[in-house]
Design a protein around this ligand. Structure first.
Ligand code: CP
Ligand code: NVA
Length: 308
């Protein structure tokens, strides 16, 4: 049994094994319906319990399809209906029940410590479906999308992030270390990755360059990543933050500076990208979103110790 909480803590060779499995599984599903099972019904009889303490569209749907295609089932709990969220039951006791009734637990939370506390008490795998510090299932899936479209290992590509230093960027930084790719980050000086991320980058002697000029950050890029300037529950002066990011909008003009680049965005989007970029040929956001299903299937199999 394995947990999937943060890319930093997962060996690079395991992350690569997940991507290889996802590619094989995706290739053989071309003519199947969404709910048709994969051959071998690998997770038959298994129950994935999901809980979202913050909004979600893609993660919810993609985990539903992922476990369904592996012949397992999912049950989504509403946090406001549990004793836990009202303080009437401990994480320890909740975890005991989840472990006795289910086979894996996927949690989207606003509290990284909660993931660790659940991990301590669960006897089933826990998957991080987004936390304040990371979004690992998203980024592993995005590595898959980049390699699928560019038909090259990501280590041979130039990756650029334009946007806030948030959970998604933290996971992208962790991926750049695990998969050894060059990463440029374009953001206003005030919004650079925090000290602990900078120390992590330094400790791993990684090649991450930070630019406060978006035009410099996109030079030579094969992939431009972005995300909302204001993340869920971001406790900031929203107007001011949006103003601070005004020059970091992904426009047609900016994309012209990196003509071979594809544009990726985890979604939902805000004002950080122009409509004509979002809907352009360079944008691969819908393919990116759908790949969550394929990669999360292999993440589930990894957690269950059933990766081929
Ligand atoms: N990208 C992503 O995680 O989307 P949701 O918030 O809709 O799940
Ligand atoms: N950074 C965003 C990602 C949403 C999928 C957020 O945390 O709101």
């Amino acid at each position: 049994m394995k947990h999937f909480i943060n890319l930093k803590d997962i060996p690079a060779k395991d992350l690569r094994r997940i991507l290889i499995d996802a590619k094989k599984r995706k290739n053989v599903r071309k003519n199947l319906n969404n709910l048709d099972p994969d051959k071998g019904t690998p997770l038959k009889g298994k129950l994935l319990i999901q809980m979202f303490e913050k909004s979600s569209l893609r993660t919810r749907l993609s985990f539903f399809l992922a476990i369904s295609q592996l012949s397992g089932r999912t049950l989504t709990l509403r946090p406001d209906e549990l004793h836990l969220s009202k303080g009437g039951e401990s994480i320890e006791d909740t975890a005991k029940i989840l472990s006795n009734f289910g086979d894996a637990f996927m949690l989207r939370t606003d509290n990284d410590e909660k993931l660790e506390e659940f991990k301590k008490h669960l006897t089933i795998p826990i998957i991080n479906g987004l936390s304040p510090s990371s979004h690992p299932t998203q980024i592993l899936s995005d590595v898959f999308t980049v390699e699928e479209i560019k038909k090259k290992p990501i280590s041979k590509l130039n990756i650029t992030w334009i946007g806030d230093s948030n959970n998604v960027l933290n996971s992208l930084i962790a991926a750049s270390i695990k998969f050894s790719f060059k990463l440029k980050v374009g953001c206003p000086k005030k919004y650079q990755p925090n000290k602990s991320m900078m120390n992590y980058i330094k400790k791993n002697k990684n090649k991450i360059t930070i630019y406060n000029d978006p035009k410099k950050a996109v030079e030579g890029a094969d992939v431009i990543f972005s995300d909302k300037v204001i993340s869920m529950n971001d406790k900031v002066n929203k107007k001011r933050k949006l103003r601070d990011f005004k020059n970091f909008k992904i426009s047609k003009n900016l994309m012209k500076k990196c003509p071979r680049a594809i544009f990726l965005h985890c979604l939902p989007r805000g004002s950080e990208v122009d409509e004509n970029v979002f809907k352009s040929k360079q944008s691969k956001v819908w393919q990116q979103a759908l790949n969550r299903v394929h990669v999360q299937k292999s993440i589930l199999l990894y957690c269950f110790g059933k990766l081929r």
